[in-house]
Design a protein around this ligand. Structure first.
Ligand SMILES: CC(C)(COP(=O)(O)OP(=O)(O)OC[C@H]1O[C@@H](n2cnc3c(N)ncnc32)[C@H](O)[C@@H]1OP(=O)(O)O)[C@@H](O)C(=O)NCCC(=O)NCCS
Length: 168
């Protein structure tokens, strides 16, 4: 088996992205149009994992404000003018293709940040992925009331996390 690799996502990848999202995030459904909007607003952050000519995962990220969480299944409408972080909306990979690929995706997104004057990555950790993100350099941030309310739509245990790129 050849090593899976990340490449930029294209509009034609949308059915595969939606199918993987539905399989891996059955309790956090999002419409294909919502994925598509992110791909249109920030193509460099939106990638698919290719393994044996098939799509085995996706990663979606876009510039955003710190301590702000876009609503699940909601449109961004536009990117902020003075973005403060690259927000990793999701990374999802089919089980048999995991192992080193989230690390590669995060490294690729981190490379985009300096050109935009950004020094921080952000994400919402769901399920039990917090230790995994900590291992990759993210730290949990205590959520204030507003942030806590927004985290609630990502399910119990959802945690807002930041990765200070200057510290790595
Ligand atoms: C999240 C996901 C993409 C990770 O993919 P992956 O290929 O297994 O991740 P990687 O191996 O690149 O990176 C994980 C790193 O954390 C480590 N890790 C994994 N689980 C860990 C844990 N519980 N505690 C500490 N470290 C952990 C891995 O060993 C690896 O480190 P290494 O590169 O030093 O060996 C995959 O598990 C997935 O698709 N999950 C379902 C969807 C999901 O929950 N997405 C996240 C939404 S926030």
């Amino acid at each position: 088996m050849s090593k899976p690799h990340w490449r930029p996502a294209h509009a034609s990848d949308l059915p595969a992205i939606s199918a993987i999202a539905a399989r891996l995030h059955p309790d956090l459904p999002e419409r294909p149009e919502v994925f598509m909007e992110k791909m249109q607003l920030y193509p460099p952050g939106c990638r698919v994992l290719v393994a044996e000519d098939a799509i085995a995962g996706y990663g979606l990220a876009h510039p955003w404000k710190l301590h702000r969480i876009p609503p699940l299944d909601g449109f961004l409408e536009r990117l902020p003018e003075n973005a403060e972080c690259l927000y990793v909306h999701d990374v999802a990979v089919l089980p048999d293709r995991r192992g080193g690929v989230a690390r590669d995706y995060v490294a690729g997104i981190a490379e985009l940040a300096p050109a935009s004057g950004i020094a921080t990555l952000a994400l919402v950790s769901v399920y039990a992925t917090r230790p995994l993100w900590e291992h990759l350099g993210f730290r949990a941030v205590t959520a204030d009331g507003d942030l806590r309310a927004k985290l609630a739509c990502y399910g119990e245990g959802a945690t807002y996390m930041l990765h200070d790129l200057a510290a790595t």
